[in-house]
Design a protein around this ligand. Structure first.
Ligand SMILES: CC(C)(COP(=O)(O)OP(=O)(O)OC[C@H]1O[C@@H](n2cnc3c(N)ncnc32)[C@H](O)[C@@H]1OP(=O)(O)O)[C@@H](O)C(=O)NCCC(=O)NCCS
Length: 163
């Protein structure tokens, strides 16, 4: 979804601020990158996000006014959608933004008659695992040493949600 919008920056928002979910495009890359770097020890590069946009993946952002608070990246493959990234700005975490983004993805997938959602998550990522479990995701696989980690590598759980 491309809209004429003003440039945005990501700033902390007051707790409970109302969130709108909008499609993202290249003008959002600076704000996406800021959040990604604040939220991850091993962030994606700007180039990866750019490639996702150019490849036609689904990028959506949770906005508080003009400010981006979190985003999702979904790669559609026929009747499956792969959630490649779901990220909320750390000062805004645990306020329902991640849940709103995930519910939006699920709702869009239903509307598009998608059969299943897939994703990988770090074994140690308890917040994300709890979020996905609460929305019907179940483990179907394990990728050994999938992610970089402080002390070597970390396994990924492969989760799926049948729609
Ligand atoms: C995972 C993430 C997206 C969750 O987003 P969020 O906005 O903080 O989460 P929400 O406030 O919407 O919480 C929804 C549910 O997620 C779970 N959850 C979120 N944070 C949690 C935490 N710190 N501990 C345990 N459960 C947590 C809970 O089930 C929560 O429901 P509840 O509040 O009713 O208990 C966010 O923590 C994040 O961006 N983390 C860094 C990036 C990341 O790891 N992304 C996932 C990659 S697979």
């Amino acid at each position: 979804m491309t809209q004429a919008r003003q440039p945005r920056v990501s700033e902390p928002a007051p707790r409970g601020a109302s969130i709108r979910i909008l499609g993202l495009d290249e003008e959002d890359l600076p704000a996406i990158e800021q959040i990604e770097h604040r939220a991850h020890l091993y962030p994606w590069s700007n180039r990866v996000f750019q490639d996702c946009i150019r490849s036609g993946y689904l990028l959506d952002g949770a906005f508080d006014g003009q400010n981006l608070r979190g985003f999702s990246v979904v790669m559609p493959i026929l009747s499956e959608w792969h959630v490649l990234n779901l990220c909320v700005d750390p000062p805004l975490q645990r306020q329902g933004v991640g849940r709103s983004l995930l519910r939006f993805i699920i709702e869009q997938a239903h509307q598009s008659k998608i059969q299943s959602l897939w994703l990988e998550v770090r074994v140690s990522n308890a917040p994300a695992r709890a979020l996905y479990a609460a929305h019907g995701f179940a483990q179907v696989g394990l990728r050994k040493a999938y992610y970089p980690a402080k002390n070597g590598r970390e396994d990924a759980l492969v989760l799926t949600c049948e729609l």
